[in-house]
Design a protein around this ligand. Structure first.
Ligand code: ATP
Ligand code: MG
Length: 334
C-alpha cells in the first residue's frame, strides 16, 4: 500500500474544528487505502517560543488521544511521537543544507508567525520548520500528505527538496503529493473570519476547541462575526463569516452549501444558521471528548500505543535515512 503521513503540533490542550475538518477527516478516510503514519510533531512545537515541559508532555498525550478519538485506528495506522524517532532531526539537517536562505525566507507561515511576536522574538527553529516538515514526510517514502490549505506552500517546498536531492545525489526520495480537501481546507476564525482558525492565535475566542465544554462553543458560535447584510449567501469574499459557517455546516451535516443557502433564505436567518451549526458541533464534540477522557484515564496504555508506533516508524525511517546518508557521502561507521 502507498504511504501517507501527517501530523499536528501539540501546541494546545485541544485541537480545534479546523484541524479536525481540514486534516483529520481525510486521515480517517485514507487510512484504509494507505499505510498511514500519524505523528505528534513535538519538535515543531518548540518553534512557537517558550513552552513549559509539563505543558508539552501533557499536550503530546492529549494530541495522540485526539487522533484516536477522531477515528484513527492505532492497530492499522502508526501513531507516534516525532521526538521518539531521532531520524526526523537527522534528515532535517541534510535538508537544511540543500535549502536556499532566500527560498526559506519566502515561506509565508514563517513571515506570519514571526511578525506576530514582534519580529525579532522568533527563534531559528521557526525558520527551519519547513525543512523539518519535509524530513517528516520524506522519511516514510510518503505518496500523499493530507493537510489543510495553509500547508500547501510547505508541501511544494518538500517536493522541490526531494527533486533537488534526487537530481544531485541520485534517486533517494519519493516525491509526495499534497492531499487538501475541497470545502474545509481553511476553516476561519470566528472573530476574524479572514484569518484561519489556529491553535496559536492571539484571540482564543476565534477557535472552536474540540475538548471545550459544548456550551462554550455554542456561545462562541452565537457571537461569531458575520456582517450586517442579513442575507445568507455563499460569498467568501464579501461574507467570509457566513461562508465559514456554511462550510462548517455542510461538512458536519453532509448537505451541500447550495442546499443550505436555500434552506436559510430570507431575512434574519443568521441566528438560525448559527444555532444549527452549534447543534452539529455539539453532536460531534460530545462522543469525541468522552473518548479522549477514556484514553487519558489510562496513560500507560496510551504510551504503549505510542511506543509500538515509534518502533514501527523507526523501522521505516532508519532505512530511508541510511539511503540519504549514503547518497550524500557520509562514511558508514565501520
Ligand atoms: P499552530 O497555530 O500551533 O500552528 P494550527 O492550528 O495551525 O496550530 P497545526 O498543528 O499547525 O495546527 O496543523 C495541523 C493540521 O491542521 C495541518 O494539516 C493544518 O494544515 C491543519 N489546519 C490548521 N488550521 C486549519 C484550519 N483553520 N482549517 C483547516 N485546516 C487547518
Ligand atoms: Mg499551524
Amino acid at each position: 500500500r502507498p504511504r501517507i503521513l501527517s501530523g499536528m503540533q501539540p501546541t494546545h490542550d485541544s485541537l480545534h474544528l479546523g484541524n479536525y475538518l481540514g486534516a483529520q477527516v481525510n486521515w480517517v478516510a485514507m487510512q484504509a487505502d494507505f499505510e498511514a503514519f500519524f505523528c505528534v510533531v513535538d519538535l515543531h512545537a518548540l518553534t512557537g517560543g517558550q513552552v513549559s515541559p509539563e505543558d508539552l508532555r501533557r499536550r503530546t498525550r492529549i494530541t495522540a488521544a485526539q487522533y484516536i478519538a477522531g477515528g484513527i485506528d492505532p492497530e492499522t495506522s502508526t501513531v507516534f511521537v516525532q521526538s521518539h524517532v531521532p531520524e526526523h532531526a537527522q534528515l532535517a539537517w541534510i535538508l537544511n543544507c540543500i535549502t536556499g536562505f532566500g527560498e526559506a525566507s519566502r515561506m509565508t507561515q514563517f513571515k506570519d508567525k514571526s511578525v506576530r511576536g514582534g519580529g525579532d522574538s522568533a527563534n531559528v527553529g521557526l525558520f527551519t520548520y519547513p525543512m523539518l516538515m519535509a524530513a517528516d514526510i520524506l522519511l516514510y517514502d510518503t505518496a500523499a500528505v493530507p493537510v489543510g490549505e495553509d500547508q500547501r506552500q510547505h508541501l511544494e517546498l518538500t517536493r522541490n527538496l526531494a527533486q533537488r536531492f534526487n537530481a544531485r545525489f541520485g534517486e533517494t526520495f519519493v516525491v509526495p503529493e499534497a492531499h487538501i480537501p475541497a470545502g474545509t481546507a481553511k476553516i476561519m476564525s470566528l472573530v476574524e473570519p479572514t484569518s484561519k482558525m489556529s491553535k496559536s492565535a492571539e484571540n482564543q475566542n476565534g477557535s472552536l476547541w474540540m475538548l471545550d465544554e459544548p456550551k462554550a462553543n455554542v456561545k462562541k458560535l452565537k457571537s461569531a462575526v458575520t456582517d450586517t447584510d442579513n442575507e445568507v449567501r455563499f460569498d467568501p469574499e464579501a461574507k467570509p463569516g457566513i461562508a465559514n459557517l456554511l462550510r462548517i455546516h455542510a461538512a458536519l451535516s453532509g448537505e451541500s452549501v447550495e442546499a443550505l443557502v436555500e434552506q436559510y433564505a430570507g431575512e434574519n436567518r443568521y441566528g438560525a444558521l448559527k444555532g444549527d451549526v452549534a447543534t452539529l458541533v455539539t453532536e460531534l464534540q460530545r462522543p469525541f471528548k468522552t473518548h479522549v477522557d477514556e484514553l487519558l484515564a489510562d496513560p500507560a496504555e496510551l504510551d504503549a500505543v505510542l511506543r509500538k508506533g515509534a518502533d514501527r516508524a523507526r523501522e521505516v525511517a532508519s532505512v530511508v535515512l541510511e539511503r540519504a546518508y549514503d547518497a550524500v557521502g557520509f562514511l558508514p561507521r565501520a
